[in-house]
Design a protein around this ligand. Sequence first.
Ligand code: HPA
Ligand code: ZN
Length: 381
Amino acid sequence: MCLRFSLSMGKLVPRDLLTHAKGPMPLRKACGRAILWGEQRREDVGMEGFIRGLPKAELHVHIEGTLEPEMMFDLARRNNVPLRFGSVEEIRAAYEFSDLQSFLDIYYEGARVLHAEQDFFDLTFAYLQRAAGDGVRRAEIFFDPQTHTGRGIPIETVITGINRALEAGRAEFGISSGLIMCFLRHLSAESAHETLEMALPFRPLLLAVGLDSSEVGNPPEKFDAVFGWARREGLLVVAHAGEEGPPDYVWKALDVLHARRVDHGVRAEEDPDLLFRLAEERIPLTMCPLSNVKLRVFPSLAEHNLKRLLKQGLVVTINSDDPAYFGGYVGDNYVAASEALGLTRGELIVLAKNSFEAAFLRVEERRAFLAELDRYVEASG
Ligand code: HPA
Ligand code: ZN
């Protein structure tokens, strides 16, 4: 019999006990040669099993982008929100994008079904459940308050719903987490200011601020003042840059906003001086390979620059971005990138290590996760 195992709450548990978007792994990939795993002899779970069990941090996931069509339908019914789609299949069929903006239009439309605190809880908890099945030990999660406050939903409803799920995820799955509040860059700097002001009563529940939405034409320096204010409040900074925008946006994210990580950053490759700086200062890039193909940043996964930049010593990490829209959660992104780019086992381990290096963790927690990763690698032979 072929057993399938995943890491959950630091323990190996049969994968069948964990929910996963795509159900159990195919047996062909899951079953291989027998290996020694701790005291017990278990069957090799293959490269895909190795990847899914690999302890990792997910640092680039938009919680609104984890809204699966099934939940969209349930919430639309619960909250009496009309949808222009007649079925889950119709929704999925609409997920064909030509660029970032074509995705954002449908992503904001989907988010309209989120109303009550319980909705934000359910959304976040479902993500964490899937993440646990993918070996995620630390999740730093984006949310877009303006998508909700603009519809009259109080920011308190959003933050407390998400936060309650993060607490439940800590208790039930042992996932350590943090919340990153993103400003929508297509809106004004004043709107970002008002958002930060509304969020400050919940300051202890926030880890960092970020910048997302339509990149081209909305450079980082538009938000210079509000990021300065956020930093003075002790919030860390990340920013989407170099997804569709030019390398100059990455420079500005670093020099003007003082971003500690760059979300996507794939276009940094066009500027050798920028690559040198990112490598020299070990500024992580939170890459999202399936997203980049879906939004046509790269024509195919085989042409993605993730492996090239990893080989040049950049702190590359793999993440899911908007998994419900782009066809895969973080484990799927690792597996797909691994297959398309021929990532070695060693490179996969470096990617997982990078994710903990790039995470906003206290020294002891980082050390504990890295030690857990080492034990996992050793046990898997
Ligand atoms: N880029 C910018 N904004 C976003 C994204 C993205 O990939 N996903 C959700 N908001
Ligand atoms: Zn993103």
